[in-house]
Design a protein around this ligand. Sequence first.
Ligand code: IPM
Ligand code: MN
Length: 355
Amino acid sequence: MHTIAVLPGDGIGEEVVREGLRVLETVSALTGFKYKLEHYPYGAEHYLKTGETFPDSAVRAMKDHSAILLGAIGDPRVETGMLERAIIMGIRFGLDLYVNLRPIKLYAEHLCPLKGVTPSQLNMTVVRENTEGAYTGLGGIMKKDTDNEVAVCNMVWTRAGVERVTRYAFDLARERDGAKRVTLVDKANAIRPMDIWTRTFARVHEEYADIDTDHAYIDAACMWMIKNPDWFDVVVTDNLFGDIITDLGAMLQGGLGIAASGNIHPGKVSMFEPIHGSAPKYKGQNKACPVATVNAVLTMLNYLGDTEGADIIENAIASALRTKKIPSLSAGAVPTDKAGDILIEEIKAQAAAAG
Ligand code: IPM
Ligand code: MN
């Protein structure tokens, strides 16, 4: 029995998580995946009521679950980034979820803004380092709001940190069907200390002689992702660079309405979320696209070993998009609950076809 912590969070989080959970319920009735949900209230509403963002006790509580499903965090009534840092980064750092796994997969040609790119040409996974880089909080501001103000943000990379995420990327490439290539994306030409990535990558590669490698600086990677997206299979990169290129990747696969991520520490409780934000202007309007959250559920099932359930959900998403029952991943294209209904119908149709 798996226990899943559910944190719907802010804005559209609640609506999209509701659909994600309906899909989970439908698919687990077919596969026999057993789970129990536990809901947590953290987010803007809870903070404004209690003054609490994400207490240590919550981090401890998360450790007692198999996985965490998170909706979205962020609210205009609260200081910019405060809740995101406390909750999203609190979970990533608090549980040492060093891999941010972001699949970028095109399910239907018409969803891609690039001309002539087919689904077989766009199927990559970005492995974003998730606990170091510019996100550690090392740094600060002095003489704030004076003419002499100084702001410092350190980018931090450790040998152990770079090595473990690189190893994860190579292991992932090994499991892939077809091409098995890991591309390192860095900026070691301009940012010389980033050469720790170059050297670590080369060292780890020695243990994976069967896997091809490639390299691109982050600026060029942005160019190649547009020009030749089929060059990429598995990409491993720094935290901030991974944050940026996965928004680009989301657009290539049709929009933020589909992109999901797994925040993973192999073998430990891990967190799954859509990569979009809380989109406060759509809150409560039944307009948000729930496909990204459903995709997060799929990524979670894969992680928990229910690959059958994950495949069923993936086929349902692919079919709903190809047939244009869900014609686009933009907000308002299909009402949130209706999109959930469509995916559930697709899942039931698959089950019926399989007899
Ligand atoms: C993401 C988000 C977060 C990040 C924010 C909300 C802190 O953009 O998950 O990609 O920068 O990692
Ligand atoms: Mn981001």
